[in-house]
Unconditional design. Structure first.
Length: 257
């Protein structure tokens, strides 16, 4: 999580944003060959091609497999606040914050529900009923669960966050795997007619920027960075009153019986 990554992400956003803003039909040109692939009479036939459906499911489960132990460790600490956390306090805070803000809030709540860009399979150029709009234009005809940005791709690129916590000797490999997963998911969604190329690019860029910022706040910047002990104490202070209240009620009831 250094400045080089930030510069690369901003450069990608700038180049793609300007080029596809000036020439938005490039998005249609990229999607067109996949529209012509028909399977059982369906355009964008790869969207029902079993191996790609399986690959998409596997990609989605990678992020789930990472976050489940994190949530479990936090829940256990909330239930038993006097026990030590099973995972690093900062890691729990970092991973849960980034997945909530990136794939959760920004991608699936703020943008997909309010940036009314239709998906490729929905536009008139590919047999749909809605008008194509450029990536920067939120005035499309999509009502909900729209094309900009891709939630699946945001979730895949979120794996950059756990990769940032891998020990240094293995970190480059972890980053490479996370980027490969994000690119693969982007390719799957574009070939399926679920998203335009720009939907996937900005899903990755926005997710990375959130990860970079939160990582800086928690780990890198002296004025805001935290310690594992501070995070654990904060969770314990939050959980102990409720825990002690419930334990007191249970003891009282046991005494009465």
């Amino acid at each position: 999580m250094n400045r080089a990554g930030l510069i690369i992400a901003l450069a990608i956003a700038a180049v793609v944003g300007v080029v596809f803003g000036l020439y938005p039909k490039i998005d249609l040109m990229i999607a067109a060959p996949f529209h012509d692939i028909s399977l059982r009479g369906n355009p964008f036939g790869l969207r029902i091609y079993p191996p790609l459906l399986l690959a998409r499911d596997i990609g989605l489960w990678v992020g789930t497999a990472v976050i489940v132990p994190v949530v479990a460790a936090l829940v256990l600490k909330l239930l038993l606040p006097r026990r030590r956390l099973l995972l690093s306090g900062r890691a729990i805070l970092f991973l849960m914050t980034t997945i909530a803000l990136g794939p959760g809030l920004l991608a699936n709540v703020v943008l997909k529900e309010h940036w009314d860009r239709p998906r490729p399979i929905e536009v008139t150029q590919f047999g749909g009923t809605e008008h194509f709009v450029a990536w920067w234009d939120p005035r499309g005809e999509c009502d909900k669960n729209c094309s900009f940005v891709s939630g699946d791709v945001a979730g895949a690129f979120w794996t950059i966050a756990p990769a940032a916590l891998v020990p240094p000797p293995w970190r480059a490999l972890a980053y490479g795997a996370a980027l490969a997963l994000g690119v693969a998911m982007a390719a799957i969604r574009v070939t399926a007619g679920g998203h335009f190329f720009t939907d996937t690019v900005f899903a990755g860029v926005f997710t990375f920027l959130i990860i970079w910022l939160v990582h800086g706040l928690i780990y890198r910047w002296p004025r805001t960075r935290l310690t594992d002990e501070a995070v654990e104490r904060a969770i314990e202070r939050f959980a102990r009153p409720g825990h002690d209240f419930i334990v007191g009620l249970l003891r009282k009831r046991k005494t009465e019986l």
